[in-house]
Design a protein around this ligand. Structure first.
Ligand code: NAP
Length: 311
């Protein structure tokens, strides 16, 4: 364990990611004091019961007072309003960051509210599960996962450095990327896969009852893996697709072209086309395992809270 990177951190939004951050910060000693708040009385009350924070505040404005790091952990479309509400209360020199799964829209919505002498650096821990809320969080969520920081031209290099040190103390690997590049990469690695899962599970939901019951009976043949991803939080994913519309549509265009190619190969009986693609895709999985982002077990993560569905 290394010493505290920050004196006092304020976490706004205490769901899966916010409460995991709180737990990981405490477990690693990355900050001396951890305070936080959530929108609803129910969540604030639950966090008091869980005893994971030094103090639970009623408002975001109160939570950020005196904090040298503020982490916004709410759905991406709500981030700008939070930034506006905390702006007058931010301490001199405070660093503000977020954990949103889309970065260009967050930079656009947050940066105009950040007063002189306070610094915003966007962030995205590429770690998660399909569960939500304060009970779903756990301290090990970010261990050996990537956290992508997306500074803009206005972000100070010292703030990026300090935030990197914080995430490394939590056990993450840190990569710095431009916000638009982040959104393009995540569109194909996370957002399109989620869209495919939502679509295929939606197709099954619309099937006639007797066919649907057979699909559920034989779900272990592949469908089951899609249902785990398609069980992810609807608010969060609605916001992601709306906020990352352009990158998602661009990648979806490529995906649709490739799908049409596969459709043609099947219709024409071009087995070698199919075999060649399926061989290349195997190599990609092998590379992911070698990079430590997956284990070879076929049911990796299923039924365990450490499963990483994100994003
Ligand atoms: P979550 O478990 O649903 O928690 C969301 C938190 O945000 C809750 O505390 C909720 O408050 C609050 N909130 C929701 N809508 C709000 C609004 N309009 N205004 C203010 N507060 C609001 O969600 P999460 O999974 O932690 O996701 C939080 C962020 O992390 C999202 O931006 C998401 O893109 C990003 N992220 C998620 C994952 C993942 O796999 N889940 C991974 C990486 C990044 P109440 O509890 O009071 O309703």
């Amino acid at each position: 364990m290394s010493g505290p990177v920050f004196n006092r951190i304020a976490v706004i939004g205490l769901g899966l990611i916010g409460s995991s951050l709180v737990r990981a910060t405490r477990a690693s000693g990355a900050a001396k004091t951890i305070v936080g708040t959530a929108r609803s009385e129910k969540t604030r009350q639950r966090v008091v019961e869980l005893g994971i924070l030094d103090e639970v505040m009623e408002t975001a404005g109160d939570a950020v007072k005196g904090a040298d790091l503020v982490i916004i952990c709410v759905p991406v479309q709500a981030t700008g309003a939070i930034a506006e509400s905390i702006a007058p209360h931010l301490a001199d020199g405070a660093i503000v960051t977020d954990v949103g799964s889309v970065k260009q829209s967050v930079v656009r919505d947050v940066e105009p509210h950040i007063p002189q002498g306070r610094f915003f650096v966007g962030g995205h821990p590429v770690a998660g599960t399909e569960y939500s809320g304060p009970d779903a969080g756990f301290a090990e969520l970010f261990q050996d996962r990537w956290c992508i920081l997306t500074p803009s031209e206005k972000s100070s290099p010292e703030a990026v450095e300090k935030l990197s040190a914080f995430w490394r103390t939590l056990g993450s690997n840190v990569e710095v990327m431009a916000p638009d590049h982040h959104d393009l990469v995540l569109a194909i690695t996370s957002h399109i896969p989620h869209l495919i899962a939502y679509n295929i599970v939606g197709t099954v939901a619309d099937l006639e009852t007797d066919t649907r019951s057979k699909v559920i009976q034989y779900s272990a043949s592949g469908f089951r893996d899609f249902t785990r991803i398609a069980a992810s939080d609807p608010t969060m994913w609605r916001d992601i697709f709306l906020a990352n519309r352009e990158a998602v549509l661009e990648m979806l265009g490529r995906f649709s072209e490739d799908l049409a190619g596969l459709q043609r190969a099947i219709r024409r009986g071009e087995g070698d086309v199919l075999f060649d693609l399926f061989s290349r895709t195997r190599d990609i999985r092998r590379n992911i395992i070698e990079a430590g982002q997956e284990t070879p077990e076929p049911d990796f993560g299923r039924g365990r809270p450490t499963s990483s569905s994100e994003d």
